[in-house]
Design a protein around this ligand. Sequence first.
Ligand code: SF4
Length: 289
Amino acid sequence: MRYEGNMYRPPSEWQSYLLQVTIGCSHNACTFCGMFKDKKYRVRPLSEVLEDIDMAKKYYGSLDQIFLCDGDAISVDTSDLLKILHKIKRVFPEVKEIATYASAKGILAKSKEELLLLKDAGLTKAYLGVETGDEKVLTDTHKGVNVMQMTDAGKAIVETGIDLYAIILIGLAGQERSKDNAISTAKIINEIKPQNLAAMTYMPVKGTPMYKDISDGKFKVLSDVECLQETKWLVEKLDKRHMFFTSSHASNYVPIEGDIYSDKEKIINVLDNAMLGESAKRVENYRGL
Ligand code: SF4
């Protein structure tokens, strides 16, 4: 398989074949993110992507799951994305899931009809980095959209019938605004109503503007207990409805999974126990992005 630079995918895509459709992230400006800083964004030539699908057929024979990389494959022209999805379905008729990272800007650039075409062509899942529902934090971190735009983008995916995995970043507002961040993030999630909510915990990445703010004393990273408290405030404010919640990513101090409808109280208990030191927390050396 042909890949350029470091590859990233959500933890839940560990079984997926990674098909590199773009190089890097079309936005590449978030102050906390170092994922694609080594790459200048471009869309790979369509012919190369289609060739890769044939190469994957020769190598793997059959595939159940495919993840479209890099940072924001949904930003590719809809006509080209449709050609890619159609070819995947032709070559791998057995494929069950085709997923992508989707930025809010990339989603909003598409009409409802375009999103429906993508769904009908086989796109089953989109991972949206909501990060926070706090207007100031979205602005300060240069996320590129405001709360209303982020909400509209998330809702557009849900309304299309594509499974939405909303990703949030605990601790992104720092110590002083931790509770506000939790409450506003629960609010945006309640508004979007994603089928899945994945919590990650902020970890400083060398070379990013936020790393410099930390070094300069302008931003205070939350402690383990403060991160758990912020997660608890968030979960408490989530509407009790069916939504799969996970904090199993390696950046988190406690891996939790459950349905917010049936497991909300259990999740809060797990967080309480970890805060009180009655259950183990992931030690810093074992955390990672
Ligand atoms: S957080 Fe997402 S949108 Fe922002 S720079 Fe990183 S990959 Fe791009």
